[in-house]
Design a protein around this ligand. Sequence first.
Ligand code: ZN
Ligand code: ZN
Length: 575
Amino acid sequence: MVNKLLVHWLEETVDKISERNLTELTLSTGKTPSGHVHIGILRETIICDALRRVFEEKGSKINSYLFMDDFDAAKRFPYYIDEKFQKEYLGKPFALIPCPFENCGCESYGTHFGNELISTFKYFGIKNEIIWSYRLYQKKEMQEKIKISLDNTNQIKEILKKYILPTLDDERKKLFKETQKTWIPVMAICDKCEKIQDRDKDGTIHPNRVTKYLNKEQEVLYECPACGYKGQLSIYSGKLKLNWRIDWPAKWALFKTTCEPAGKDHSVKGGAYDTGLEICQKIFKYEGPIKLPYEWLRLGEQDMKTSKGIVFTPQKYLELADPELYRMLILRTNPMKHISLRIEEIPQYYDYYEKMENIFYSLEQPESKEEFNFYKYLYPLTKVNDILDTKPIRIPLKLLIFLSQMQNILSLEKLYKKGISSLRDKESQNSISINEFKFLLRRTENWVNEVKKLIDIIKDDKVKRNILSKIDIFTIPETIDNDLIKNLSEDQLGGLMLFRSYFMQNNDLDADSIQNKIFTIAKEEQDIPARKMFEAFYLVLLGKKFGPRLGAFLLMLDKTWFLKRLNQILDENHR
Ligand SMILES: [Zn+2]
Ligand SMILES: [Zn+2]
């Protein structure tokens, strides 16, 4: 493996997994359903999904799991959860908290937000199996891991001490040693209040940690920090949960996890991954998974967090853009580099995808052998559906952006006609139905609206202009304010009239000849700067002095509509 030139970064992990010579392997990821889950989680699920595809291709048997950690306690709630509700359920496991929304019918808070995430997987081409942690802890095989941990508390403490102590300052060292004296790696759900932890007013968390292990009886004692209740529970009651640093390796051992990606916070030296690996090996006697660290995904310049700040869910993404572009974005980028998902850059992602696809289908020359190999490897991993023999038929995004902004002046049928007329032959045109087109139009419209919102909140004019220079965003008003039209000069009006006759007399014009004609009218006939002439057109069409490239724009419009608009303006100003 030394110095081998890799086609794609994923190959490094593929090689490491292959070295284990397994016929069956397990990939896993995990998430706590503490609220709407943002799209960042899909980074690790898509990486796992790509590994699944690579090994399925090789003929291995793959188990791909997502652990939905609904046994975790609600430490805090997101801002959109009712305050009274928050107070009532703080400290309980998400599986035991009811759905926070009325008449929703979910089993629990955990299933509400968990299923919200899971329901999007199929649209992203992700295939995995969900393991609900709370249910898992009701099973004997997981409860055995609790017993093993209790039997080996001292050794676990030694391992944690070895890794964690060197990372702490003096004061926290003291605190850590103090806590360790009575520390047992198991927490209990209180029989009386159902809480598994308590939170002080200052935010300090007090877990309902087991206080004594009764080895012979296979039971534990606890004293609930939330309500003060003293209880006794069997190891096999389903009411005990391992401390999260032990819970992770216990699951690795139980499911024989071969590889699990982990966010950078867990992957650091002395972090949960390292302690987990040693606990997995020494306590649970399994070598543990191959570590695959990854950087966060950000939305533009902002971090995404489930509990606070912006929530951008996979569902939201699907309303705006193609999931294959998202898979591409994740899989083309080395996991150790951070990704900023930029909604305004969807057209650039699209262009990249288009190029990759062209090279994959040998419709475009790659710049180098490396580029070719990279795309050849990457493309199939980005697909949501099967790979076709020929390049998939697609209405260009640029055109959809255009058409989606013309819905107030053109009927769906007319837009559809214009949309499919861009496709090369009858057969391609038939391959996109009007319903599919409608879906694409709606999605693009959502995207345009999202970009408009984004532009509205950007304060820096330069950034704003930069975005606008790359995307044609416009609104065609139903009527044009008369005051604006009054400002048109005689020369401009004359120019518009000349163009009207030209446009009426010529069919099958192309964008360039329209563009040239406007130049000629300005320079040769009216003797005004071309800019003035273009401004006149934009005012008539959009009610402002600028807009998308005019030639292509006019072609997109309905001829009858455009002439009617011109007539209105010209006739009104001649009265
Ligand atoms: Zn619900
Ligand atoms: Zn209690």
